[in-house]
Design a protein around this ligand. Structure first.
Ligand code: KIV
Ligand code: ZN
Length: 517
């Protein structure tokens, strides 16, 4: 009989730790709803102690989704308490706590003599902290997961000791992260087998793995670990996460699905929701999915060469190992136009995974009509952008009310903007090297800001001359970074909107940090 693999999604925690990603509370809730439709078993919703906004997001998700909801805590009472408080409303909850176990981490993080004089004393301190953390978490919640951070580079004898102690203290899941994405598949699988041999109470907990992708091996390592006895995998949509990211959910799930002959396992994932989840996460985080990305990339099911096209037309099995519709990829359909009603819009949005309140639906319908005036045919991608750009964003501190740009072959590009800033109108003009630069300068002047633009990308979302243009901007101020997206049939306007969204997000982050201190 095939055995079940538990899918633990950490898009909203590790995924959101990707440099440049930041999701507001409404966006996180929307993604959590999509994860629930995807039928992931566990949703890791955030790291509540790290900021009031993180706490709020976990709390909102806990009251919504019907998967097991978990959140992360260091091995500290304050962190664990914060997770418990944030998860109060969740019908099914899990506290996830972790300690660092590799010598690199122990020496780096616990260098102070109060943790012990020698490495061996420090290692014992980490075991004690782990036991205390699991027991404390257990006093709130039956379901407790313990992670041994940097297990991939942890000495196997010591790792076995830590894991045994965590299970003894009450951990029901023990997670073995390859935090730095360092291991190779055979080596990682052997680590799991060795733990199963050495840890005498290992049968009392589920073995989980959490692989990072620094060497591009996160999915391979996760699959090798499953074959060696792991029964939970931690992963993210589109593989987003710290540095090179985490194992990608869609790749693990589809590998298990397609290679049933060699992988006698199953997941409860509704694979038809994979593409919707991928697009939603990409739109809301601003991380464009590379065209050749397995399963969800634009080219994943495209056949370019004549030989391939001919083969697929004769028999799809020649070059396709799975069907696009298995993962919810449809041709972008012309779904709606100017004469479509509110009801039609609502139905299509629901099919795409967006369940809106009446108020948000009203706003969406207005935006839809405005867009339909400029653009006859509205595609799914257009609707996703309306969702990401306007509907799920929080009410911004600054918004664009008016924009005028003057440019010509021998003219100096000049932009005038009128912004609504905390309820007041501010207007400014500025010149620039080009129209976009002029708009950014005018906004900076109006807000008395001066940010460094780290990244600027424009892409056309749908085809044709009336396609919507999406602009992505990443800005930096000191150590703080934020991104913004803007969408319009006019890319200069989209650029202004994206820049303002990034500024709003950076201001929110600074406020969050100030509240944390
Ligand atoms: O990569 C890692 O080790 C983690 C743990 C906190 C689970 O994200
Ligand atoms: Zn991680």
């Amino acid at each position: 009989m095939p055995e079940k693999i538990i899918i633990f999604d950490t898009t909203l925690r590790d995924g959101e730790q990707s440099p440049g990603a930041s999701l507001n509370v409404a966006e996180k809730v929307e993604i959590a709803r999509q994860l629930a439709r995807l039928k992931v078993d566990v949703i890791e919703a955030g790291f509540p102690v790290s900021s009031p906004a993180q706490f709020e997001a976990v709390k909102r998700i806990a009251g919504e989704a019907d998967a097991i909801i978990t959140a992360l805590a260091r091995a500290k009472e304050a962190d664990i308490k914060a997770v418990y408080e944030a998860l109060r409303e969740a019908p099914r909850k899990r506290i996830h706590t972790f300690s660092s176990t590799s010598d690199y981490h122990i020496l780096g993080k616990f260098g102070h003599p109060r943790y012990g004089q020698t490495l061996s004393e420090k290692r014992q301190t980490v075991i004690k902290m782990s036991i205390d953390a699991v027991q404390y978490a257990k006093s709130f919640c039956e379901d407790v997961e313990f992670s041994a951070e940097d297990a991939g580079r942890t000495d196997i004898g010591y790792l076995a000791e830590v894991i045994e102690a965590a299970i003894e203290a009450g951990a029901t899941t023990v997670n073995i992260p390859d935090t730095t994405g360092y291991t190779l598949p055979d080596e990682f699988a052997e680590k799991i087998r060795e733990l199963r041999r050495r840890v005498k109470n290992i049968d009392q907990a589920v073995i989980s793995v959490h692989c990072h992708n620094d060497l591009g091996l996160a999915v391979a390592n996760s699959l090798a670990a499953i074959q060696a006895g792991a029964r939970q995998v931690e992963c993210t949509i589109n593989g987003i996460g710290e540095r090179a990211g985490n194992a990608s959910l869609e790749e693990i799930v589809m590998a298990i699905n397609v290679r049933k002959d060699l992988l006698p396992y199953y997941t409860d994932i509704n694979t038809h929701e994979i593409y919707n989840a991928s697009r939603m996460v990409s739109t809301l985080t601003g991380f464009v999915v590379q065209p050749n990305k397995a399963i969800v990339g634009k080219n994943a099911f495209a056949h370019e060469s004549g030989i391939h096209q001919d083969g697929v037309l004769k028999n799809r099995n020649t070059y396709e190992i799975m069907k696009p519709e298995d993962v919810g990829v449809n041709e972008s359909k012309i779904i709606l136009g100017r004469h479509s009603g509110r009801h039609g819009l609502k139905a299509r949005l629901e099919e795409m995974g967006y369940h809106l309140t009446e108020e948000k639906l009203d706003r969406s319908y207005k935006l839809f009509l405005q867009l339909a005036d400029k653009k006859k045919e509205i595609y799914d991608e257009d609707l996703r952008l309306i969702m990401g750009d306007e509907i799920l964003s929080e009410k911004p501190a600054c918004s664009l009310k008016y924009l005028h740009v003057f440019l010509g072959t021998n003219a100096i590009p000049t932009a005038t903007v009128r912004l609504l800033k905390n309820g007041d109108d501010v207007q400014e003009s500025a010149t620039g090297d080009g129209p976009v630069d002029a708009v950014f300068n005018a906004i900076d002047r109006a807000l008395s800001t001066d940010y460094t633009v780290q990244d600027y990308q424009v892409r056309s979302v749908t085809s044709g001359r009336k396609a919507l243009g999406e602009v992505y901007v990443r800005i930096r101020n000191g150590q703080a970074e934020a991104h913004g997206r803007g969408v319009s049939t006019d890319i200069i306007e989209a650029s202004g909107k994206a820049y303002l969204q990034a500024i709003n997000s950076l201001m929110r982050k600074k406020q969050d940090n100030a509240e944390r201190e």
